[in-house]
Write a protein that binds this ligand. Structure first.
Ligand SMILES: [Zn+2]
Length: 307
C-alpha cells in the first residue's frame, strides 16, 4: 500500500453556513471520487488523530490556540476574520486537520508509507502564528513540517504550495527558518495580497497574473521553483495541495487543468525521488468547484501512487 490516506468525519462538523465555499461537501466529494475510481483500493485509510497542544504550539502562540480551542461547547459563533467563522464544532475539526499532518508525517518518516494524503478541512495555509485567516484556523502543513523537524531532526523540508492563493501563513511561520523552503505559486494581485515582494532564498514566491494558463504555470514552476528545490535538496516534501487555480473554479481567474496538477505532482515526485527517498506528505488546501476538485485530487493521487 503505497498511499496513506488520512481523514476523519469530524472534519465535516465545521460548517460556516449555507453559501460559504469552504464547506463539508468538499471532502465528501473527494472521498466519493476516490471510492468510485477505485483509488481507495490502493490506499490505506488512517483515522486522523487530534493534534496535541504541544504540536500546535510549535507554530502557533498559546493564547491564539486557547482562543480557538476554548470555543468548543460554546453556543453561537464568532468571526475571527470576515470570512472565517469559529463555531463550537470548529475546534474538533481543526484539531483533526492538524493531527492528520503529524500522523501522516509519522507514517512516512517511519517508512510505513512513501506518500500520504490528508483529505481534511478546515484548510491551513493562511493561518498565521497568532491569527485565523482566509478559512484557516491552524496551519496544518506548518504543524506537519515542525513535527518532522522537531521529532525526526530533519534539516531541510520543502513545501510546494500550488493553491491559487499565496501561502502567507506558512510564509510568516517559516520566514526566519532556513530549514524550510516554501515554494508558493499564486494569482497576483489577489487575496491575501502578499507574496510579490518577499526577498529570501528559502521563500520562493511565484506571483502569476489572472488568466494564467497551464503552459505559463509550468514555465514559472520550471524556471523558479524547480532549480531552487534541486539546490535545497529537501529530505521531505510537503504539498499544500489547493486546487482552486482550476479553470472551472469560480473563486479565481486562473486557467489550470487536471493535466497541470498531474504535471506539478510529477515534478515533486522527481525531486522527492532524487533527494527524499520518494517521501511526500500532501494535504488539501483550497478547491471549491466540487467536480474539478475531486477529479484533480484523484489525478494528483494517481501520480503519487504511481498507478
Ligand atoms: Zn486558495
Amino acid at each position: 500500500m503505497p498511499l496513506a490516506y488520512l481523514y476523519h468525519p469530524d472534519c465535516l462538523l465545521h460548517d460556516m453556513g449555507t453559501g460559504h465555499p469552504e464547506r463539508p461537501s468538499r471532502i465528501s466529494a473527494i472521498e466519493e471520487k476516490l471510492r468510485v475510481s477505485h483509488l481507495m483500493d490502493l490506499a490505506r485509510y488512517y483515522e486522523a488523530p487530534l493534534a496535541t497542544r504541544q504540536q500546535l504550539a510549535r507554530v502557533h502562540g498559546t493564547k491564539y490556540i486557547d482562543t480557538v480551542l476554548n470555543f468548543e461547547g460554546k453556543e453561537g459563533y464568532t468571526y475571527l476574520d470576515p470570512d472565517t467563522m469559529l463555531t463550537p464544532q470548529t475546534p474538533q475539526a481543526a484539531l483533526r486537520a492538524a493531527g492528520a499532518l503529524t500522523h501522516a508525517t509519522d507514517l512516512v518518516l517511519t517508512k510505513k508509507h512513501n506518500v500520504a494524503f490528508c483529505n481534511i478541512r478546515p484548510p491551513g495555509h493562511h493561518a498565521l502564528r497568532n491569527q485565523a485567516m482566509g478559512f484557516c484556523f491552524f496551519n496544518n502543513v506548518a504543524v506537519g513540517v515542525a513535527h518532522a523537524i522537531e521529532e525526526y531532526g530533519l534539516e531541510r523540508v520543502a513545501i510546494m504550495d500550488f493553491d491559487v492563493h499565496h501561502g502567507n501563513g506558512t510564509e510568516e511561520i517559516f520566514a526566519n527558518d532556513p530549514r524550510v523552503m516554501l515554494c508558493s505559486t499564486f494569482q497576483h494581485p489577489f487575496y491575501p495580497g502578499s507574496g510579490a515582494d518577499t526577498v529570501s532564498d528559502h521563500i520562493i514566491n511565484v506571483p502569476l497574473p489572472a488568466g494564467t494558463t497551464g503552459e505559463k504555470f509550468r514555465e514559472a514552476v520550471t524556471t523558479q521553483c524547480l532549480p531552487a528545490l534541486h539546490q535545497f535538496a529537501p529530505q521531505l516534501i510537503f504539498i499544500s495541495a489547493g486546487f482552486d487555480a482550476h479553470e472551472d473554479d469560480g473563486i479565481s481567474m486562473m486557467r489550470l487543468q487536471v493535466d497541470d496538477y498531474i504535471w506539478v505532482t510529477q515534478q515533486m515526485l522527481e525531486i522527492a525521488d532524487k533527494y527524499a527517498e520518494g517521501q511526500i506528505v500532501s494535504t488539501l488546501e483550497g478547491g471549491y468547484e466540487l467536480q474539478a476538485l475531486a477529479q484533480s485530487v484523484a489525478a494528483h493521487l494517481k501520480v503519487l501512487i504511481r498507478a
